[in-house]
Design a protein around this ligand. Structure first.
Ligand SMILES: Nc1ncnc2c1ncn2[C@@H]1O[C@H](COP(=O)(O)OP(=O)(O)O)[C@@H](O)[C@H]1O
Ligand SMILES: [Mg+2]
Length: 418
């Protein structure tokens, strides 16, 4: 593939030849109708069901008798187990009128940091999976490394590794409506959402990424895009609204939209932050973490002063990879000191330990709450940590959505009876 982006952009030839993406199938993992279980649409144990819904076994049995939920009985090692699916969790939440968001529109959350390796993709994987238990989720991979695309079990076809005529997965770029000044041809073909989105489970959809996203950022800075006006005649700079326009059109279809941001401040990343109303910043606890956080905050502040319209309901900093080492203990104490007085940015109560379970779940491409309900000798060591991480993600989920935390999934298994 030609990597001379500038030459391509000025020639107005497509960076991805439209013919190769037009025939891409709509969903390669599973569809809404499918009965296939995947790690993201798993059989859900009764414990997990009780944890997600906050109900006792008796209430679940009552709902089963009323035909609201449809548990399956599976045999495992001579034992009969009752399992549920995500549709059962959501049926119970609906029945009880429990919502995990305040308004009617989707909450749009960017998982952002200018630093790589801090846990952005891991957080997107696990928060995305957890949110998909309680609502309809769209995850958008914005990182050309495609980490989150592959964490959700999708095959990543790296543009420079595949044959020239191979079919590439369409990305967010094919959803953006580019218009160039002076009637120039747009360098990308616009595709309908249905041919870009991958359905991982009935409630978890992903817009994948590939290496071309790096090139797109470069092109976006060099091409002259046509700005438009809103209904009142105010300018809507194309360089800011490209992703927001895509998201706004999807807000009624989803409850939560998550961006896995790349560790840079390029155009797509700025666009995602512009389209978001909440930001999660995972912060690796290390000597330089205060500096990293200052850089992140300075950048977010600068966006607000340069452009109108940047407004976030919540910025949540989440300490990650904690170990009982002097340097990390000191870093955490300092962070807690700094953020105790702040109201514009909040430090999460959840401090994520450095835990092998994150890499295990990354390898197995499964959410940590699924790892928490495995049994058998080979899983025994990992289960307590998986439970701990599930509860930590549960806390972060409530904090970012500004919901009261009345219980944890595993630590407080005292279900309510009705
Ligand atoms: N709490 C944690 N404990 C142990 N490893 C972690 C933790 N969080 C993330 N990791 C690992 O750190 C690496 C970087 O995480 P990743 O989510 O890819 O960061 P980013 O997206 O910010 O670059 C990955 O190998 C991931 O599995
Ligand atoms: Mg990442």
């Amino acid at each position: 593939m030609n990597t001379n982006v500038d030459a391509q952009a000025t020639r107005s030839t497509p960076i991805i030849p439209p013919a190769t993406i037009a025939e891409q199938p709509a969903a390669s993992v599973s569809s809404d109708e499918s009965n296939v279980t995947s790690a993201y649409d798993p059989p859900i144990s009764r414990k997990l069901m009780e944890g997600f819904c906050g109900l006792s076994t008796n209430t679940l049995i009552k709902y089963e008798m009323e035909g609201i939920i449809h548990p399956a009985k599976v045999k495992h090692g001579g034992l009969e187990m009752v399992t549920y699916r995500v549709t059962d969790v959501q049926a119970v939440l609906k029945k009880r009128g429990i919502k995990f968001k305040k308004g009617n529109e989707a909450e749009v959350i960017s998982v952002f940091s200018q630093k790589g390796g801090v846990g952005k993709s891991a957080f997107t994987q696990h928060l995305g999976a957890m949110l998909s238990m309680v609502g309809r989720v769209l995850v958008i991979d914005l990182d050309s490394q495609s980490d989150v695309t592959s964490l959700f079990g999708l095959n990543v076809k790296f543009a420079d590794l595949v044959a020239e005529d191979a079919e590439l997965d369409p990305t967010i770029a094919e959803l953006m409506d580019w218009r160039l000044k002076d009637g120039q041809e747009s360098p990308y073909r616009k595709l309908p959402f249905s041919s870009v989105v991958k359905k991982i489970s009935p409630t978890l959809h992903v817009v994948p990424a590939d290496l071309d996203l790096g090139e797109i950022n470069y092109s976006l800075n060099r091409l002259e895009l046509e700005d438009r006006l809103d209904a009142e005649g105010n300018p809507r700079p194309a360089i800011l609204f490209m992703i927001k326009d895509v998201i706004d059109a999807l807000k009624s279809q989803y409850d939560f939209i998550l961006f896995d941001c790349p560790p840079n401040i390029e155009t797509c990343n700025v666009n995602a932050l512009f389209a978001s109303n909440r930001i999660i910043v995972p912060l690796e606890l290390e000597a330089k973490c205060l500096k990293t956080m200052r850089r992140n905050e300075d950048f977010l502040k600068r966006l607000k002063t340069i452009h109108e319209g940047f407004q976030w309901d919540k910025i949540l900093v989440v300490p990650n990879k904690f170990k009982r080492e002097n340097i990390k203990i000191k870093a955490l104490a300092k962070l807690q000191d700094i953020y105790a007085e702040r109201t514009d940015v909040q430090l999460s109560q959840a401090v994520f330990p450095n835990g092998a379970i994150i890499d295990k779940c990354s390898e197995a491409r499964e959410p940590v709450f699924v790892a928490a309900t495995r049994y058998g000798r080979e899983f025994k060591a990992a289960v307590p940590q998986a439970k701990e991480f599930t509860d930590l993600f549960w806390v972060v989920m409530h904090e970012i959505l500004e919901l009261p935390i009345d219980r944890l999934v595993f630590a407080d298994q005292e279900g309510v009876e009705v």
